[in-house]
Structures are given as C-alpha cells and as structure tokens.
Design a protein around this ligand. Structure first.
Ligand SMILES: [Fe+2]
Length: 133
C-alpha cells in the first residue's frame, strides 16, 4: 500500500477519521492504476476513482461541517470555502477525462495524486486539525 491511514492523520473523531481513510484508499487505487502497465485504457478507472471522490465529498464534507456547527467552530465559513474549492477541482478533473488520450491519461492520474497529497497535508493535517482543538 502506497497510501493508507497513518497515525499523524488521525483527528480522534472516529467517523471523520474513517472517512479520511476512505480518501486515502481512493488515492491508493489511483496510485495502483498509475503503476498498472498491463492496462491500456485507464479512463473508465479514472472515472470510477473520481466518482468515489465525489461520493466522499458529498457525505464527508457535510458530516464535517455539521460537526463544526455542533461544536460552534468559528472558522466554519472559511473551512466551508476550502471544501468548495476541493469539490470544484474534483469536478474539473472529471470534466477533463473526456479529453484524455493514451498519452495523457497517466499525467492526469499523477496530477490528481499530487493534488490529493497536498490536500492531505494542507487540509487534513492542518485545517481540519484546527477544529479539533
Ligand atoms: Fe475539512
């Protein structure tokens, strides 16, 4: 496994941690797809992974925002914007799958992974940690 839940990602809220683990699972799928040399056409799999991320966005962000509301977190609105930016970016990836070719598909998977890696660091390890305090 290249990507999986790590101690440093845990926030200590069971439901949220389990959802974050799901995102890491999807990243791992993307990584396996990138490395898969036996597969010629990867677009269907890229779509499947993006569909998984969109599903994740739908339930996870609303659960997280609800939690922040419950604890009266003052940074909620700002945090909501970060979630929206992520959702827009994922939609953007999805739209561009239609333009992919054999020569560019791996590039998109790589770009997606880079984006998600940065998200784990900047969002899960920093922005999310703020509402746990
Ligand atoms: Fe968040």
């Amino acid at each position: 496994m290249k990507y999986e839940m790590k101690q440093e990602y845990l926030l200590g809220i069971e439901k949220i941690d389990a959802q974050h683990a799901r995102l890491l699972e999807l990243m791992d799928e993307a990584h396996s797809l990138l490395k898969d040399e036996n597969k010629l056409y990867k677009c269907a799999d890229i779509r499947k992974i993006l569909a998984g991320i969109k599903e994740y966005v739908k339930f996870h962000f609303s659960d997280e925002e609800q939690y922040m509301e419950e604890i009266g977190y003052e940074g909620l609105e700002e945090h909501r914007k970060l979630h929206q930016t992520f959702a827009v970016k994922v939609d953007d990836f999805d739209v561009h799958v239609a333009d992919l070719s054999l020569g560019t598909q791996d590039g998109m998977i790589l770009e997606l992974l880079e984006y998600l890696k940065a998200w784990i660091q900047e969002h899960i390890c920093e922005a999310d940690r703020k509402y746990v305090k």
